[in-house]
Design a protein around this ligand. Sequence first.
Ligand code: ATP
Ligand code: MG
Length: 404
Amino acid sequence: MDIDWRRNNSLNNFFFNCPSCNLDSHVIVEDFLDKKLQKILNVKAEKLNHAINKGIIKFFQFHGTPALQFKKDVIKIEAGTVIYFKEKIEVIRGFPKIRRTLMLSPTLKNHFKDKIIAEEKMNGYNVRIALVGDEIVALTRRGYMCPYTTKKAVEIMDLEDFFNDNPDLVICGEMVGTDNPYVSHYYEEIGSLGFRIFDIRKKLSNDPLSIKDKQEILEKYGLPAVRVLGIYSVDEAPDKIKKEIKEIGKAGREGMVLKDPEMIIHPLKYTSSEAHADELKYAFTYPFDFGRDFLFSRVIREGFQAFENEENEKELQKRAHQLGESILYPMIDTIKNVDSGNPASEDMIIDIEKEEDTEAFMRHLHDLGVYAVLLKIKGKKAVVRRIHQSTTDKINNFLKGGLY
Ligand code: ATP
Ligand code: MG
Protein backbone atom coordinates (compact mmCIF):
# COMPACT_ATOMS: atom_id res chain seq x y z
CA MET A 1 0.00 0.00 0.00
CA ASP A 2 1.41 3.35 -0.90
CA ILE A 3 -0.36 5.76 1.35
CA ASP A 4 1.76 8.72 2.33
CA TRP A 5 0.48 9.06 5.84
CA ARG A 6 1.29 5.51 6.67
CA ARG A 7 4.84 5.90 5.44
CA ASN A 8 5.11 9.09 7.40
CA ASN A 9 7.29 8.42 10.39
CA SER A 10 5.60 10.78 12.75
CA LEU A 11 2.30 9.03 12.17
CA ASN A 12 3.91 5.65 12.58
CA ASN A 13 5.34 6.92 15.83
CA PHE A 14 1.91 8.04 16.76
CA PHE A 15 0.59 4.52 16.48
CA PHE A 16 3.65 3.08 18.22
CA ASN A 17 3.03 5.38 21.13
CA CYS A 18 -0.61 4.44 21.22
CA PRO A 19 -1.19 2.26 24.30
CA SER A 20 -3.90 0.14 22.73
CA CYS A 21 -1.96 -0.74 19.58
CA ASN A 22 0.88 -2.76 21.18
CA LEU A 23 3.19 -2.24 18.26
CA ASP A 24 6.88 -2.83 18.56
CA SER A 25 9.07 -0.44 16.69
CA HIS A 26 9.82 -2.58 13.62
CA VAL A 27 6.13 -3.14 12.79
CA ILE A 28 4.73 -0.52 10.48
CA VAL A 29 1.26 0.83 10.72
CA GLU A 30 -0.09 -1.05 7.73
CA ASP A 31 0.75 -4.28 9.52
CA PHE A 32 -1.27 -3.16 12.46
CA LEU A 33 -4.21 -2.31 10.27
CA ASP A 34 -3.93 -5.60 8.42
CA LYS A 35 -3.58 -7.83 11.43
CA LYS A 36 -5.37 -6.22 14.29
CA LEU A 37 -8.01 -3.96 12.82
CA GLN A 38 -9.46 -6.59 10.52
CA LYS A 39 -10.00 -8.85 13.53
CA ILE A 40 -11.67 -6.15 15.57
CA LEU A 41 -14.02 -5.07 12.79
CA ASN A 42 -14.38 -8.44 11.14
CA VAL A 43 -13.73 -6.87 7.77
CA LYS A 44 -11.01 -8.27 5.50
CA ALA A 45 -7.74 -6.33 5.45
CA GLU A 46 -7.92 -5.91 1.67
CA LYS A 47 -11.27 -4.13 1.98
CA LEU A 48 -9.87 -1.86 4.69
CA ASN A 49 -6.78 -1.15 2.61
CA HIS A 50 -8.85 -0.37 -0.45
CA ALA A 51 -11.03 2.02 1.56
CA ILE A 52 -7.95 3.74 2.96
CA ASN A 53 -6.45 4.11 -0.51
CA LYS A 54 -9.70 5.62 -1.76
CA GLY A 55 -9.86 8.07 1.14
CA ILE A 56 -13.04 6.43 2.47
CA ILE A 57 -11.30 5.72 5.76
CA LYS A 58 -9.50 8.82 6.99
CA PHE A 59 -6.85 9.23 9.61
CA PHE A 60 -7.12 12.12 12.06
CA GLN A 61 -6.07 13.11 15.55
CA PHE A 62 -8.43 13.80 18.37
CA HIS A 63 -6.86 15.63 21.32
CA GLY A 64 -3.59 13.88 20.56
CA THR A 65 -5.17 10.45 20.09
CA PRO A 66 -4.86 8.71 16.71
CA ALA A 67 -8.25 8.00 15.19
CA LEU A 68 -9.99 6.78 12.04
CA GLN A 69 -13.21 8.01 10.47
CA PHE A 70 -15.33 6.11 7.92
CA LYS A 71 -16.61 8.52 5.27
CA LYS A 72 -18.76 5.85 3.60
CA ASP A 73 -19.95 2.33 4.42
CA VAL A 74 -17.21 -0.30 4.25
CA ILE A 75 -19.00 -3.66 4.03
CA LYS A 76 -21.14 -3.62 7.19
CA ILE A 77 -19.26 -0.84 8.98
CA GLU A 78 -21.46 2.22 8.60
CA ALA A 79 -20.41 5.64 7.37
CA GLY A 80 -19.79 7.86 10.39
CA THR A 81 -17.96 5.13 12.31
CA VAL A 82 -15.06 6.50 14.33
CA ILE A 83 -12.27 4.49 15.94
CA TYR A 84 -10.11 6.00 18.67
CA PHE A 85 -6.81 4.42 19.63
CA LYS A 86 -6.72 5.16 23.36
CA GLU A 87 -5.61 2.83 26.17
CA LYS A 88 -8.43 0.75 24.77
CA ILE A 89 -9.49 0.78 21.11
CA GLU A 90 -12.89 2.47 21.08
CA VAL A 91 -15.14 1.76 18.09
CA ILE A 92 -18.19 4.00 17.83
CA ARG A 93 -20.23 2.78 14.91
CA GLY A 94 -22.14 5.05 12.57
CA PHE A 95 -25.88 5.41 13.12
CA PRO A 96 -27.60 2.98 10.69
CA LYS A 97 -29.68 4.33 7.85
CA ILE A 98 -33.42 4.05 8.45
CA ARG A 99 -35.40 2.95 5.40
CA ARG A 100 -38.65 4.65 4.56
CA THR A 101 -42.02 3.10 3.91
CA LEU A 102 -44.15 4.80 1.26
CA MET A 103 -47.18 2.58 1.91
CA LEU A 104 -48.35 1.51 5.37
CA SER A 105 -50.27 -1.43 4.01
CA PRO A 106 -49.01 -4.03 3.15
CA THR A 107 -45.46 -2.92 4.05
CA LEU A 108 -45.82 -2.92 7.85
CA LYS A 109 -47.33 -6.38 7.92
CA ASN A 110 -44.60 -7.71 5.65
CA HIS A 111 -41.79 -6.04 7.54
CA PHE A 112 -42.68 -6.42 11.24
CA LYS A 113 -43.63 -9.47 13.32
CA ASP A 114 -46.57 -8.83 15.61
CA LYS A 115 -46.14 -5.54 17.46
CA ILE A 116 -44.94 -2.15 16.32
CA ILE A 117 -43.87 0.66 18.61
CA ALA A 118 -44.39 4.06 17.00
CA GLU A 119 -41.95 6.64 18.32
CA GLU A 120 -42.08 10.26 17.35
CA LYS A 121 -39.51 11.21 14.73
CA MET A 122 -37.96 14.45 15.91
CA ASN A 123 -36.66 16.95 13.41
CA GLY A 124 -33.18 18.01 14.37
CA TYR A 125 -29.80 16.43 13.82
CA ASN A 126 -28.48 13.02 14.72
CA VAL A 127 -25.98 12.88 17.57
CA ARG A 128 -24.11 9.97 19.13
CA ILE A 129 -22.72 10.57 22.58
CA ALA A 130 -20.05 8.27 23.96
CA LEU A 131 -17.17 8.04 26.33
CA VAL A 132 -13.71 8.16 24.75
CA GLY A 133 -11.16 7.55 27.49
CA ASP A 134 -12.63 9.68 30.25
CA GLU A 135 -14.05 12.32 27.91
CA ILE A 136 -17.68 12.56 26.82
CA VAL A 137 -17.87 13.38 23.11
CA ALA A 138 -20.81 14.12 20.81
CA LEU A 139 -20.49 13.03 17.19
CA THR A 140 -22.62 14.26 14.32
CA ARG A 141 -23.92 11.92 11.66
CA ARG A 142 -20.78 11.66 9.56
CA GLY A 143 -18.54 11.11 12.59
CA TYR A 144 -17.29 14.60 13.32
CA MET A 145 -16.89 15.68 16.92
CA CYS A 146 -18.86 18.92 17.07
CA PRO A 147 -17.58 21.21 19.86
CA TYR A 148 -20.93 23.02 20.19
CA THR A 149 -22.93 19.79 20.38
CA THR A 150 -20.51 18.25 22.87
CA LYS A 151 -20.70 21.28 25.14
CA LYS A 152 -24.48 21.53 24.92
CA ALA A 153 -25.13 17.81 25.39
CA VAL A 154 -23.38 17.76 28.74
CA GLU A 155 -25.06 21.01 29.74
CA ILE A 156 -28.56 19.78 28.85
CA MET A 157 -28.19 16.32 30.40
CA ASP A 158 -26.46 14.91 33.42
CA LEU A 159 -24.49 12.14 31.74
CA GLU A 160 -21.83 11.40 34.34
CA ASP A 161 -23.57 8.57 36.17
CA PHE A 162 -24.79 6.94 32.98
CA PHE A 163 -21.30 6.76 31.48
CA ASN A 164 -19.62 5.83 34.77
CA ASP A 165 -21.86 2.78 34.92
CA ASN A 166 -22.09 2.11 31.17
CA PRO A 167 -18.83 3.08 29.45
CA ASP A 168 -19.56 0.73 26.54
CA LEU A 169 -22.91 2.18 25.57
CA VAL A 170 -23.58 4.91 23.03
CA ILE A 171 -26.48 7.34 23.40
CA CYS A 172 -28.14 8.08 20.05
CA GLY A 173 -30.51 11.02 19.90
CA GLU A 174 -31.65 14.16 18.15
CA MET A 175 -30.52 17.68 19.06
CA VAL A 176 -33.61 19.80 18.52
CA GLY A 177 -34.84 23.35 18.92
CA THR A 178 -34.47 26.78 17.39
CA ASP A 179 -30.92 27.63 18.54
CA ASN A 180 -29.70 24.75 16.54
CA PRO A 181 -26.95 25.42 14.04
CA TYR A 182 -27.80 22.52 11.73
CA VAL A 183 -31.58 21.99 11.71
CA SER A 184 -33.60 24.69 13.42
CA HIS A 185 -37.18 23.68 14.24
CA TYR A 186 -39.54 25.00 16.88
CA TYR A 187 -41.01 22.56 19.41
CA GLU A 188 -43.12 24.08 22.12
CA GLU A 189 -41.84 21.68 24.78
CA ILE A 190 -38.22 22.37 23.81
CA GLY A 191 -37.84 26.00 22.80
CA SER A 192 -34.25 27.00 22.10
CA LEU A 193 -32.35 23.73 22.52
CA GLY A 194 -33.03 20.25 23.80
CA PHE A 195 -32.09 16.61 23.32
CA ARG A 196 -34.25 13.53 22.83
CA ILE A 197 -32.82 10.03 22.96
CA PHE A 198 -34.11 7.36 20.59
CA ASP A 199 -31.59 4.52 20.78
CA ILE A 200 -29.00 3.11 23.14
CA ARG A 201 -26.45 1.04 21.26
CA LYS A 202 -23.37 -0.97 22.12
CA LYS A 203 -19.93 0.21 21.07
CA LEU A 204 -18.26 -2.00 18.45
CA SER A 205 -21.29 -4.25 17.69
CA ASN A 206 -23.78 -1.36 17.28
CA ASP A 207 -26.48 -3.66 18.72
CA PRO A 208 -29.40 -1.60 20.06
CA LEU A 209 -31.06 -2.28 23.41
CA SER A 210 -34.67 -3.44 23.20
CA ILE A 211 -37.21 -0.65 23.63
CA LYS A 212 -38.02 -1.84 27.15
CA ASP A 213 -34.36 -1.94 28.24
CA LYS A 214 -33.80 1.45 26.68
CA GLN A 215 -36.76 2.97 28.51
CA GLU A 216 -35.67 1.47 31.82
CA ILE A 217 -32.12 2.71 31.57
CA LEU A 218 -33.21 6.22 30.50
CA GLU A 219 -35.63 6.37 33.39
CA LYS A 220 -32.98 5.15 35.84
CA TYR A 221 -30.58 7.94 34.86
CA GLY A 222 -33.25 10.60 34.31
CA LEU A 223 -32.43 11.04 30.61
CA PRO A 224 -34.94 12.41 28.06
CA ALA A 225 -36.50 9.93 25.61
CA VAL A 226 -38.47 10.55 22.40
CA ARG A 227 -42.24 10.18 22.84
CA VAL A 228 -43.93 6.86 22.23
CA LEU A 229 -47.06 7.59 20.17
CA GLY A 230 -48.54 4.13 20.23
CA ILE A 231 -48.04 0.39 20.37
CA TYR A 232 -49.93 -1.39 17.62
CA SER A 233 -50.47 -4.88 16.28
CA VAL A 234 -49.36 -5.18 12.65
CA ASP A 235 -53.00 -5.54 11.61
CA GLU A 236 -54.27 -2.35 13.20
CA ALA A 237 -51.11 -0.29 12.57
CA PRO A 238 -51.87 1.12 9.08
CA ASP A 239 -55.21 2.68 10.10
CA LYS A 240 -53.92 4.01 13.40
CA ILE A 241 -50.78 5.47 11.84
CA LYS A 242 -52.74 7.05 8.99
CA LYS A 243 -54.75 8.99 11.57
CA GLU A 244 -51.78 9.75 13.80
CA ILE A 245 -49.63 11.11 10.97
CA LYS A 246 -52.33 13.68 10.14
CA GLU A 247 -52.30 14.91 13.74
CA ILE A 248 -48.52 15.06 13.72
CA GLY A 249 -48.58 17.10 10.53
CA LYS A 250 -51.22 19.51 11.85
CA ALA A 251 -49.09 20.07 14.94
CA GLY A 252 -46.15 21.08 12.70
CA ARG A 253 -44.19 17.95 13.64
CA GLU A 254 -42.22 15.61 11.42
CA GLY A 255 -43.32 12.00 11.65
CA MET A 256 -42.70 8.60 13.17
CA VAL A 257 -40.10 5.92 13.40
CA LEU A 258 -41.73 2.50 13.60
CA LYS A 259 -39.82 -0.03 15.65
CA ASP A 260 -39.78 -3.69 16.59
CA PRO A 261 -40.02 -3.86 20.43
CA GLU A 262 -36.96 -6.14 20.47
CA MET A 263 -35.08 -3.92 17.97
CA ILE A 264 -34.13 -7.00 15.97
CA ILE A 265 -36.08 -6.01 12.85
CA HIS A 266 -34.86 -2.71 11.37
CA PRO A 267 -36.97 0.39 12.05
CA LEU A 268 -38.86 2.22 9.29
CA LYS A 269 -39.66 5.90 8.98
CA TYR A 270 -42.89 7.55 7.86
CA THR A 271 -43.42 11.30 7.67
CA SER A 272 -46.19 13.87 7.43
CA SER A 273 -47.19 15.78 4.34
CA GLU A 274 -46.45 19.06 6.15
CA ALA A 275 -42.90 17.85 6.86
CA HIS A 276 -42.40 17.13 3.15
CA ALA A 277 -43.62 20.63 2.33
CA ASP A 278 -41.33 22.19 4.94
CA GLU A 279 -38.31 20.36 3.57
CA LEU A 280 -39.16 21.47 0.04
CA LYS A 281 -39.52 25.06 1.24
CA TYR A 282 -36.07 24.88 2.70
CA ALA A 283 -34.59 23.18 -0.36
CA PHE A 284 -36.12 25.69 -2.78
CA THR A 285 -35.01 28.67 -0.75
CA TYR A 286 -31.57 27.47 -1.93
CA PRO A 287 -32.60 25.75 -5.16
CA PHE A 288 -29.14 25.27 -6.67
CA ASP A 289 -27.72 23.87 -3.43
CA PHE A 290 -30.50 21.44 -2.44
CA GLY A 291 -33.40 21.55 -4.90
CA ARG A 292 -32.46 18.62 -7.09
CA ASP A 293 -31.60 16.22 -4.24
CA PHE A 294 -34.75 16.98 -2.29
CA LEU A 295 -37.43 17.19 -4.93
CA PHE A 296 -37.97 13.74 -6.38
CA SER A 297 -38.14 11.85 -3.12
CA ARG A 298 -40.66 14.28 -1.52
CA VAL A 299 -42.94 14.20 -4.55
CA ILE A 300 -42.90 10.39 -4.52
CA ARG A 301 -43.82 10.34 -0.80
CA GLU A 302 -46.72 12.70 -1.43
CA GLY A 303 -47.99 10.58 -4.33
CA PHE A 304 -48.11 7.35 -2.34
CA GLN A 305 -49.52 8.98 0.77
CA ALA A 306 -52.34 10.59 -1.22
CA PHE A 307 -53.10 7.28 -2.94
CA GLU A 308 -53.15 5.29 0.29
CA ASN A 309 -55.38 7.89 1.98
CA GLU A 310 -57.86 7.59 -0.90
CA GLU A 311 -58.11 11.36 -0.91
CA ASN A 312 -61.06 13.10 -2.52
CA GLU A 313 -60.82 15.91 -5.05
CA LYS A 314 -60.72 18.63 -2.41
CA GLU A 315 -58.05 16.92 -0.29
CA LEU A 316 -55.93 16.26 -3.37
CA GLN A 317 -56.19 19.84 -4.47
CA LYS A 318 -55.06 20.99 -1.05
CA ARG A 319 -52.06 18.67 -1.21
CA ALA A 320 -51.20 19.79 -4.74
CA HIS A 321 -51.33 23.45 -3.70
CA GLN A 322 -49.18 22.83 -0.68
CA LEU A 323 -46.63 20.98 -2.79
CA GLY A 324 -46.51 23.58 -5.55
CA GLU A 325 -46.40 26.52 -3.20
CA SER A 326 -43.60 25.03 -1.14
CA ILE A 327 -41.49 24.76 -4.29
CA LEU A 328 -42.26 27.97 -6.11
CA TYR A 329 -42.75 30.66 -3.46
CA PRO A 330 -39.47 30.29 -1.57
CA MET A 331 -37.56 30.18 -4.82
CA ILE A 332 -39.11 33.41 -6.07
CA ASP A 333 -38.33 35.07 -2.74
CA THR A 334 -34.71 34.05 -3.10
CA ILE A 335 -34.47 35.35 -6.68
CA LYS A 336 -35.85 38.70 -5.45
CA ASN A 337 -33.39 38.69 -2.60
CA VAL A 338 -30.37 37.98 -4.77
CA ASP A 339 -31.61 40.55 -7.29
CA SER A 340 -31.45 43.13 -4.48
CA GLY A 341 -27.76 42.38 -4.06
CA ASN A 342 -27.89 39.93 -1.13
CA PRO A 343 -26.36 36.45 -1.04
CA ALA A 344 -28.65 33.43 -0.55
CA SER A 345 -27.93 32.83 3.11
CA GLU A 346 -29.41 31.57 6.35
CA ASP A 347 -28.71 32.75 9.85
CA MET A 348 -28.14 30.24 12.60
CA ILE A 349 -28.16 31.10 16.26
CA ILE A 350 -25.91 29.39 18.75
CA ASP A 351 -25.73 29.72 22.51
CA ILE A 352 -22.32 30.77 23.70
CA GLU A 353 -20.67 31.32 27.01
CA LYS A 354 -17.37 32.77 25.90
CA GLU A 355 -15.82 33.93 22.66
CA GLU A 356 -13.77 30.71 22.30
CA ASP A 357 -17.01 28.74 21.91
CA THR A 358 -17.84 30.67 18.77
CA GLU A 359 -14.31 30.37 17.43
CA ALA A 360 -14.31 26.60 17.97
CA PHE A 361 -17.65 26.27 16.23
CA MET A 362 -16.57 28.45 13.27
CA ARG A 363 -13.43 26.32 12.90
CA HIS A 364 -15.57 23.20 12.95
CA LEU A 365 -17.83 24.59 10.17
CA HIS A 366 -14.75 25.51 8.18
CA ASP A 367 -13.38 21.96 8.55
CA LEU A 368 -16.70 20.65 7.26
CA GLY A 369 -16.34 22.84 4.18
CA VAL A 370 -19.30 25.02 5.13
CA TYR A 371 -18.98 28.66 4.07
CA ALA A 372 -20.13 30.70 7.07
CA VAL A 373 -19.32 34.03 8.65
CA LEU A 374 -19.84 35.31 12.17
CA LEU A 375 -22.45 38.05 11.89
CA LYS A 376 -22.73 39.29 15.44
CA ILE A 377 -22.52 38.34 19.09
CA LYS A 378 -25.27 39.61 21.30
CA GLY A 379 -25.01 38.66 24.94
CA LYS A 380 -24.90 34.89 25.14
CA LYS A 381 -25.98 34.30 21.53
CA ALA A 382 -23.95 34.36 18.35
CA VAL A 383 -25.49 34.70 14.90
CA VAL A 384 -23.65 32.75 12.24
CA ARG A 385 -24.53 33.36 8.60
CA ARG A 386 -24.22 30.42 6.28
CA ILE A 387 -23.84 31.42 2.63
CA HIS A 388 -25.24 29.17 -0.09
CA GLN A 389 -22.79 29.92 -2.83
CA SER A 390 -24.15 27.87 -5.76
CA THR A 391 -27.58 29.42 -5.40
CA THR A 392 -26.15 32.92 -5.11
CA ASP A 393 -23.80 32.52 -8.08
CA LYS A 394 -26.24 30.76 -10.39
CA ILE A 395 -29.10 33.19 -9.75
CA ASN A 396 -26.76 36.16 -10.25
CA ASN A 397 -25.59 34.66 -13.51
CA PHE A 398 -29.14 34.12 -14.83
CA LEU A 399 -30.19 37.60 -13.74
CA LYS A 400 -27.31 38.98 -15.80
CA GLY A 401 -28.47 37.05 -18.86
CA GLY A 402 -26.62 33.76 -18.42
CA LEU A 403 -28.11 30.73 -20.20
CA TYR A 404 -29.47 27.63 -18.41
P1 ATP B 1 -31.16 8.23 7.30
O1 ATP B 1 -30.97 8.37 8.76
O2 ATP B 1 -32.22 7.26 7.01
O3 ATP B 1 -29.87 8.02 6.61
P2 ATP B 1 -31.50 11.07 6.98
O4 ATP B 1 -30.15 11.32 7.52
O5 ATP B 1 -31.94 11.86 5.84
O6 ATP B 1 -31.73 9.57 6.67
P3 ATP B 1 -33.99 11.32 8.34
O7 ATP B 1 -34.73 11.19 7.08
O8 ATP B 1 -34.23 12.51 9.18
O9 ATP B 1 -32.44 11.27 8.20
O10 ATP B 1 -34.37 10.02 9.19
C1 ATP B 1 -33.56 9.29 10.04
C2 ATP B 1 -33.11 10.09 11.24
O11 ATP B 1 -34.22 10.41 12.09
C3 ATP B 1 -32.20 9.34 12.19
O12 ATP B 1 -30.88 9.33 11.72
C4 ATP B 1 -32.36 10.15 13.48
O13 ATP B 1 -31.41 11.17 13.52
C5 ATP B 1 -33.72 10.78 13.35
N1 ATP B 1 -34.70 10.39 14.38
C6 ATP B 1 -35.57 11.25 14.98
N2 ATP B 1 -36.37 10.62 15.83
C7 ATP B 1 -36.02 9.30 15.79
C8 ATP B 1 -36.50 8.14 16.46
N3 ATP B 1 -37.50 8.18 17.32
N4 ATP B 1 -35.88 6.97 16.19
C9 ATP B 1 -34.87 6.90 15.31
N5 ATP B 1 -34.38 7.96 14.63
C10 ATP B 1 -34.94 9.16 14.87
MG1 MG C 1 -33.97 14.23 10.28
